[in-house]
Design a protein around this ligand. Structure first.
Ligand code: SAH
Ligand code: SF4
Length: 362
């Protein structure tokens, strides 16, 4: 199957170019996109507006490949975590977070992550490989199909997508960008630009390219520290792209036409980055590129060296920043199934834990 061309790897424009190479008219591109990403059809023979001979050719030469579900865990609060099989030894995770007026899908971009942030379980697991576009957009496709089965009456179960699962999206730029294009394509998923968020730990050159190519996509920057010394320790990519460079790009985003705000993510680590002094330094740092601040209580995982900041400390930190910046505290969802930020591990070695979780929520 893998040697065949995976049709989920193409954006609409990409399909058009490929169709030209195989002497098919360009109007087949939106037709195929519609079947693949709106009808979720897997059987070429049912794509009745395509000529029969072409359907046969597609069956012979192409495939519709997305990562299959290995396990599904439904949390008491409605959050769903899916473990998706990559190969015999690797898996990635995808999380659905339903709220009153919206539904958010948290999508993975890599198997593991090479950037090794000291507080992140995905980083601690190491890096295996990049996901292809088909494997990334396939997550949104699969979630749509599965949610329709689970909740047939929900009209639009997924309104938002955040690239906040496993991996650093901006070190897997091309497949991620193609998948983003499909997310906002009206013939495919038709999500509003501002409802699709790329979260990055600060891969500066790729941030600049994203700004050029897709300026309206929402951006979240994982800051976590207000000075280089501390950020070098927590987010090692800071050694390559220090705060001066990162904040300069953020200022460019801020000054861009759309004037939309960046969200700064800041994990709250007890006794490490959570004092009022840090809050003061942070307030100063963001002066040139103001944005919304999202404080994330640290989510512990096995063998993690940190503790979550005390609640009163998080509130005091928020209180200090609030005068100048909208500052929210992220509520942890899906805690009971380890679906929260930074808890996504996806490896298949720790079976005992996984089987237990699965039994609890089956
Ligand atoms: N690689 C990207 C996106 C994936 S991580 C990034 O770093 O932005 C999504 C968010 O979860 C990031 O803000 C990340 O810093 C945060 N995070 C990672 N580990 C965490 C943990 N253990 N507790 C809370 N947040 C965590
Ligand atoms: Fe990678 Fe993001 Fe985790 Fe850092 S926080 S290791 S960049 S997934």
């Amino acid at each position: 199957m893998q040697h065949k061309i995976n049709l989920l790897d193409f954006s609409e424009q990409g399909l058009r170019e490929w169709l030209a190479q195989i002497d098919q008219p360009a109007f087949r591109a939106p037709q195929l996109i519609h079947w693949l990403h709106q009808q979720f059809e897997d059987n070429f023979d049912k794509m009745l507006n395509l000529p029969k001979a072409f359907r046969g050719w597609l069956t012979e030469n192409t495939c519709i490949h997305q990562l299959p579900i290995q396990h599904e865990h439904i949390s008491q609060d409605g959050t769903i975590k899916w473990l998706l099989t990559v190969d015999e030894t690797n898996a990635v995770e995808m999380v659905y977070i339903p709220e009153l007026t919206r539904g958010t899908l948290c999508v993975s971009s890599q198997v593991g992550c090479a950037l090794d942030c000291s507080f992140c379980s995905t980083g601690k697991q190491g890096f295996n490989r990049n996901l292809s576009c088909g494997e990334i957009i396939g997550q949104l496709r699969l979630a749509n199909i599965r949610l329709k089965q689970l909740y047939p009456n929900r009209i639009k179960p997924i309104t938002n997508v955040v690239m906040m699962g496993m991996g650093e999206p901006l070190t897997n730029e091309k497949p991620v960008t193609t998948a983003l294009k499909l997310m906002i394509d009206d013939n495919a998923y038709g999500l509003a630009y501002r409802r699709v968020t790329v979260s990055t730990s600060g891969v500066v050159p790729a941030m600049l390219r994203l700004k050029e190519n897709m300026p309206q996509i929402a951006l979240a920057v994982s800051l976590h520290a207000p000075n280089n010394a501390l950020r070098n320790e927590l987010v090692p990519i800071n050694l390559k792209y220090p705060l001066e460079k990162l904040m300069a790009v953020c200022a460019e985003y801020y000054a861009g036409q759309t004037k939309r705000q960046i969200t700064y993510e800041y994990v709250m680590l007890k006794g490490v980055n959570d004092t009022i002094e840090h809050a003061k330094e942070l307030a100063k740092l963001l002066k040139k590129a103001p944005g919304k601040i999202n404080l994330i209580p640290f989510n512990p995982f096995k063998n993690s060296q940190y503790q979550t900041s005390d609640r009163h400390q998080i509130l005091a930190f928020q209180q200090y920043l609030r005068d100048e910046y909208v500052t929210t505290i992220r509520t942890t969802r899906g805690d009971d199934i380890s679906a929260a930020c930074g808890q996504l591990v996806g490896d298949v070695n720790d079976r005992t834990r996984r089987i237990k979780i699965f039994q609890d929520y089956k």
